[in-house]
Structure formats: C-alpha cells, structure tokens
Design a protein around this ligand. Structure first.
Ligand code: FMN
Length: 168
C-alpha cells in the first residue's frame, strides 16, 4: 500500500471485534509514534497503553466512544516539558502528530482505529491518576472492525479544497 492509498483507506471505526492486538503489532504502532517530529525535539508525549480489564473499565468511566476496542492509547503530553515561546507551548501539537503517526501506522498494518476527544479532561486525569503537568490529549482506539460496523458518517464528506485553501 503506498501512502496515497493508505491515507484514503484510513477510516474511523465505531464497532470493533472482540479480538486482541498482537504485541508485535502494538509495538510497531508505538514505534511509529516515536519517530514523529516534535517542536525542538522535546518529545513531551506520554502514552498509556490501556488493555487490562481494570484499565478498560476506567476508559468506560470517562468516554462513551470506545466502541468495543480492546486497546486504548491515551495520548498525553507533559505541559512543562515542551517547547515554549511567548506563552505558547507546543505540547498539544506534538502529541497530535505522534497520535497521527500511530493512527496511520495502524492502517498500514491492517489495524482499525478511532481518534477520540470526547472525554472529560478532569475526570480522565483523576481516574488515571495523571500528574498535574500531564495533559490528556486524545484516545486512539485500536482493533479490528466488526463485520457489521456502521459506515463512518463523516468519511466521504470533505469540503472542496477551494473552501479551505487560499493562495496568497
Ligand atoms: C481531533 C479529533 C477528535 C475526534 N473525536 C471523536 C470522538 O470523540 N468520537 C468519535 O466517535 N469520533 C471522533 N473523531 C473522529 C471524527 O469524527 C472523524 O475522523 C471524522 O468524522 C471523519 O471521518 P473519518 O475518520 O471516517 O474519515 C475525532 C477525530 C479527530 C481528528
């Protein structure tokens, strides 16, 4: 699969099979995140791999968007360990690039995914006992799409480039 095929194949999955992800596949996905660029190479990301029964039940306390995925990556960032300039901290941008790398590597390996931001930040910090400086950015749910997974409603709806791009 070349890159053009890969970015078009990726699609949000909202019904996963009850099927584990092999350890080597998961590690490849994590490695793909680890080669992501970050501002000034500060690498403020912290990734929690959540797949134990206890961890999954914690996920279900903070979001309704797991959709049966057996593995959630809680992608966080250390707000105090990122590039800072004029009051701007790059941690969220850094962490989302890392998450994007992992999401696309998942597709490359035949693993389906869902990016989720619909969770309560404070509750997530509390339930996962995150340090004050660790900010939860998103969940990336991984697994294998169920045969009756509904089609992602937004997937084929993209604005025309003319609405998005301006040449100056
Ligand atoms: C920053 C971000 C947050 C998202 N949060 C959620 C979410 O909380 N729940 C959900 O079901 N999908 C979520 N999504 C998935 C989007 O709804 C989805 O990517 C979009 O509708 C396009 O569909 P596609 O991914 O199938 O192409 C999120 C995606 C992004 C990039």
């Amino acid at each position: 699969m070349n890159f053009d095929e890969l970015i078009r194949k990726r699609c949000s999955t909202r019904k996963f099979q009850n099927k584990e992800l092999a350890k080597d596949i998961l590690e490849k996905i994590l490695e793909a995140g680890n080669v992501a660029p970050t501002a000034r190479n500060m690498q403020p990301q912290k990734i929690y791999v959540i797949q134990s029964e206890e961890g999954i039940s914690k996920i279900d306390q903070v979001t309704r968007c797991r959709y049966g995925s057996p593995v959630g990556l809680l992608v966080c960032a250390d707000k105090t360990a990122c590039w800072q300039m004029n009051g701007y901290g790059s941690y969220e941008m850094d962490a989302t690039i890392v998450a994007t790398h992992m999401m696309l590597e998942a597709t490359n390996l035949g693993v389906d995914s869902l990016w989720v931001r619909w969770f309560d930040t404070d509750k997530t910090k509390e339930v996962f006992a995150l340090d004050e400086n660790i900010e939860p950015i998103c969940f990336l749910f991984l697994g294998y799409r169920a045969s009756d997974c509904p089609e992602s409603p937004g997937h084929h709806k993209r604005k025309d480039l003319s609405q998005i791009v301006s040449y100056i």
